[in-house]
Structure formats: structure tokens, C-alpha cells
Design a protein around this ligand. Structure first.
Ligand code: IPE
Ligand code: IPE
Ligand code: MG
Length: 245
């Protein structure tokens, strides 16, 4: 049935039963570039362009929050040059694409500890967050210096600062101190690039998420890939440990 369905029917099914919150581990930029004899940074540039396209597709599919893994707490291990290029690219993306995202009503948020980012990058990101904070459209939640473990540790600390004793702390309390506290539960995680692992992405929120692992490199990700992942999600039986009739 899935194969014979028209894409319009699939999209209707996604609008009715698709994911509200999708996380994407956008992996494979470096290999995409190497495959073409280009430097890795060129892959990141192509990947950034794809992010903008993917946001538009997500909006069309009724996704409310798109959480994008852009730079992990472990990515500082890369060469100084690559880290610097990624940090500059973020500024470029804001400079070139922020206006069109604003026009489309997108709201930019960040997860991760951005106090460690170079100041100009941090400023560009904070500008986008501040300017778009009242927008009602797609939430583009960017993971920057983000790690799931680090997020959980920071949430524990915040809970402690709010006067919640570790003895009384519940999972719901912790949820309320995570970087994702304002968002609906994470429904679907997509990872491009062929690796089947989370690499520290939203490990708490992933508890009952569904997964789509794709072999394509991130710059080659297509609207059809997103439609297929969301459609497949819409057909799944999510039991959350219970039983369905
Ligand atoms: C993902 O692409 C983007 C970032 C981690 C910033 P990679 O840079 O990890 O690309 P590969 O996995 O080396 O191909
Ligand atoms: C995960 O990709 C991080 C981001 C996409 C930002 P990596 O390329 O860093 O993950 P590993 O090293 O393959 O696990
Ligand atoms: Mg990678």
C-alpha cells in the first residue's frame, strides 16, 4: 500500500498522523565533499544550504519543531580550521538566510551551552533568537555545543538551583529543566550519513522516539527522504510499553 500511495495522499497522512517534533542528526557533510574532491568545509556549506531547504519542507509537512544537530560537545575535537569554519558558517547562515526564515514565521531556538561559542557566533545566534522569539511558525531548534549528557547534567544543576532535592526529583521535573522544556516530545529522529548511532543527540528525549537511519549524506537529503521518513512514522504503532488493540 505504501508504495502505491500518491505523494499527495502521503502528505495528507503526514499532516494527520505525522510527527510534531523531529530531530535530525545531519551527518555526512565531510564525506560528501571528499567524494567530490572538495575540502570538508565545502560539505558544510552545502549542508547549510540543505538545512534551509529542509526547514521549508518540514513546515509544509506540519512539523512544529525541527531540532537540528549542528555542532556537538564532541566536535571541538576536530581541527582548529574546521571548527573555525563551522563557527563562521553559522554567522553566514544568519546573515544570508535569517530574513527569509523570519518572513516565513520561523522561530529560532538553541539547545546546548552557547557560552562556549566564539563571541561573534554567539552574538549572531542570540540576534536570531531574540528577533524571532514571537514568531508562531516552525521552531528551528539548533543544537550548538550540544550534547545529550551535558544537557542532562545542566538540567540536574538547574533543578538543584530551583530548590528541588535530588531525593524528590522526578523524570517530569527533569523534563522541565532540559533545553527542550518548551517543546512537544521528540517523535522522530532522522540520521543521514549511514551511521546507526545517536552520537550523544537528545539521548533523554530519544527514550520513545522512532528512528530513520538513511545512507545518503546530508547535502544529498531530499524532500522525498523527509516525506518517506515522516510517512513511515505515521504508519507505526507506538505502544510506549503498553498494548494496542
Ligand atoms: C556533520 O557532518 C556535520 C557536523 C558534525 C558539523 P560531518 O562533518 O560529521 O561529516 P562526515 O561524517 O565526516 O562525513
Ligand atoms: C554527530 O555527527 C554530530 C553532528 C551531526 C553535529 P558526528 O560526525 O560528530 O558523529 P560521530 O563522530 O560519527 O559519532
Ligand atoms: Mg560525521
Amino acid at each position: 500500500m505504501m508504495e502505491t500511495m500518491e505523494s499527495r495522499e502521503k502528505i495528507e497522512e503526514i499532516l494527520d498522523h505525522g510527527p510534531r517534533h523531529v530531530g535530525i542528526i545531519l551527518d555526512g557533510n565531510g564525506r560528501w565533499a571528499q567524494q567530490r574532491g572538495l575540502v570538508r568545509t565545502e560539505g558544510h556549506k552545502a549542508g547549510a544550504g540543505k538545512v534551509i531547504e529542509a526547514c521549508r519542507w518540514a513546515d509544509e509537512l506540519g512539523i512544529e519543531v525541527l531540532s537540528l544537530y549542528a555542532f556537538s560537545t564532541e566536535n571541538w575535537k576536530r581541527s582548529k580550521e574546521e571548527v573555525a569554519a563551522l563557527m563562521s558558517l553559522l554567522i553566514e547562515v544568519v546573515r544570508i538566510h535569517f530574513k527569509e526564515l523570519m518572513d516565513e514565521g520561523a522561530k529560532i531556538t538553541v539547545m546546548g551551552d552557547i557560552t562556549r561559542l566564539p563571541l561573534p557566533t554567539r552574538k549572531a545566534v542570540e540576534y536570531a533568537i531574540e528577533k524571532s522569539k514571537n514568531n508562531q511558525g516552525l521552531v528551528i531548534n539548533i543544537g550548538l555545543n550540544y550534547g545529550g549528557r551535558d544537557e542532562i547534567i545542566r538540567a540536574f544543576r538547574r533543578a538543584g538551583q530551583a530548590g528541588i532535592s535530588p531525593h524528590d526529583l522526578t523524570a517530569e521535573d527533569l523534563d522541565a529543566f532540559l533545553d527542550t522544556r518548551d517543546f512537544p516530545p521528540l517523535d522522530l529522529i532522522i540520521r543521514t550519513g549511514g551511521e546507526i548511532r545517536l552520537s550523544n543527540f537528545m539521548i533523554w528525549q530519544a527514550a520513545y522516539a522512532e528512528f530513520a537511519f538513511l545512507d545518503c549524506y546530508w547535502p544529498d537529503f531530499s524532500k522525498e527522504d523527509l516525506v518517506q521518513a515522516c510517512f513511515s512514522f505515521s504508519q507505526r504503532n507506538r505502544r510506549f510499553g503498553g498494548l494496542t488493540s
